[in-house]
Design a protein around this ligand. Structure first.
Ligand SMILES: *Cc1c(COP(=O)(O)O)cnc(C)c1O
Length: 349
């Protein structure tokens, strides 16, 4: 069976580096959406709690429910509380009121039940989610009218991981938003608001971080891919993927391997077939174009449940750094990781 190992020391090492940047563990909100970037939601939540992280960010209600006991604060990026009819239960069915819900546009405000703790996403330039900067007052008025508890405003950068001036432009926009929001919070009687805007790349680009929290995903998993000028030293990948041998064969020179026979041997060799295929999350575009960290060459097309390597070992390390295999797959570490199926066994080491 293929398996994933999660290196706790590496995760804690990354959290040490992140905590230095945020200047406090309490300001780390670890992003656990998409099965914790493919690492395994509960396994990563368990380790984050052990480290002392108190905040988490997820997409959905279901994710929030699964990690409710691990954190004091959970921000759901894309969830509207489901209110069971005539039930006294909390909308989510969760035991506590740890979950904060994101308002992603003006229209959705009426969908949140009275008393829901919400955070308002503001569109400072990415044009994906959030109310426009000139809709702030309208949003505050609607949130008040709906009887929601507004606790924070936040935004997301579209270019924090690129060397361009756009990052500074959005940062400046959010500064204006903060100034206006402070006034509006007074006017609409919301109390002190929290503010956050940093993902991993943005956190490390701030020379001095001064917000209430940072939403850190890929840096915690140790798989950032940044231009050299803004590279962060010392982060270590948490996840490694191993596959097991299903079978082996000795091939002569000029024999072809796999669907379509796309790989041809140039000498006698042993080709073994391992139990990790595209059905498990091995991006098929890597076919014939990947060599493992131990220099084992992937040969032929990746099939649904199998992939073949010039290798005789019973177990093979497929990758221990998603950023590297991402290059073969012509994609980013995020996609490599989130493609890994939740059915693969996870083991904390
Ligand atoms: C996914 C996500 C993050 C985390 O981004 P990383 O680049 O992985 O640190 C932060 N904020 C929002 C809104 C996100 O969707």
């Amino acid at each position: 069976m293929a398996k994933i190992t999660l290196n706790k020391n590496n995760f804690f090492n990354n959290l040490d580096i992140i905590a230095k940047a945020t200047q406090s563990v309490d300001k780390i909100a670890v992003v656990l959406k998409d099965n914790a970037y493919g690492h395994g939601l509960v396994a990563m939540a368990t380790m984050a709690k052990e480290y002392g992280v108190k905040k988490a960010v997820v997409q959905t209600e279901d994710e929030a429910k699964q990690i409710e006991d691990f954190f004091d604060y959970i921000l759901a990026l894309n969830a509207i509380p489901h209110v069971p009819e005539r039930s006294g239960k909390h909308p989510l069915g969760v035991k506590s009121d740890k979950v904060r819900y994101t308002i992603n546009d003006l229209h959705s405000i009426v969908k949140f039940p009275q008393g829901t703790k919400v955070e308002l996403k503001v569109d400072t330039g990415m044009h994906r989610n959030g109310v426009a900067m000139n809709q702030l007052e309208e949003a505050f008025a609607k949130i008040k009218e709906q009887g929601l508890v507004l606790e924070a405003l936040f935004t997301h950068h579209r270019s924090a991981d690129e060397l361009s001036s756009e990052w500074f432009w959005q940062k400046d926009n959010f500064k204006k938003v903060k100034e206006e929001a402070v006034g509006l919070a007074g006017k609409y009687d919301f109390g002190a608001l929290r503010f956050h805007s940093s993902n991993s790349a943005a956190l490390f680009r701030n020379s001095s971080f001064d917000e209430d929290m940072a939403r850190v995903g890929i840096a915690a998993y140790g798989c950032m891919q940044l231009p050299d000028a803004i590279k962060i030293e010392g982060l270590k990948p948490v996840l490694s993927l191993y596959a097991n041998k299903i079978s082996s064969r000795e091939l002569n020179s000029s024999e072809r391997v796999g669907y379509g026979g796309t790989f041809e041997t140039d000498k006698n060799c042993v080709v073994s077939n391992y139990d990790f295929g595209y059905g498990d999350g091995f991006l098929r575009v890597c076919s014939n174009n990947y060599t493992t960290p131990h220099a084992k060459k992937l040969v032929g097309r990746i099939s649904m449940d199998n992939s073949s390597f010039i290798c005789e070992d019973d177990e093979i390390l497929i990758f221990d750094d998603a950023s590297k295999i991402a290059l073969s797959a012509k994609t980013m570490s995020y996609e490599v990781l989130t493609s890994l199926k939740s059915s693969i066994r996870r083991e904390i080491i």
